[in-house]
Design a protein around this ligand. Sequence first.
Ligand code: FES
Length: 162
Amino acid sequence: MEKECVCSCADKKMLELQKIIERNKGVKGAVIQVLHEAQEVYGYLPSEVQKVIAEQMNVPLAEIYGIVTFYAQFSLKPKGQYKISVCLGTACYVKGSNLLVDKLKEELKISVGDCTPDRKFSLDTCRCVGACGLAPVMTINDDVYGRLVPDDVPGILAKYKE
Ligand code: FES
């Protein structure tokens, strides 16, 4: 009979990270690829993960940190199960998307860039998502909501709270 694995979740993630690093070690320009894959495993890039990548890929930690903070696709903070993003592109902004952000902050009791303590929702802003005709636009994971007013926010959030 096969033995059941008793590794903790953190151990499993670390094993996965080691495999990613092994696959990419010595490959020129592979650091960004490693960071991408590590973020898929962890959901974000905590400082311990950056340290492991720096040490094992032989890259200064400051360089890793520089990459992570430069590219918008990398996150230093955990994301929620539902990733909310409000478009602050020009078309959405002039139609009041900043008011949607305010309402979301109030409803979720978090700031932009943060995640609720239960890890259900995270709140971010973005640039044009290519749906300007629906301005102002908000996305939750792959769902797109348009022509919103702040009073629409509680009802939309309720759908994800069930
Ligand atoms: S500006 Fe918001 S979708 Fe284009």
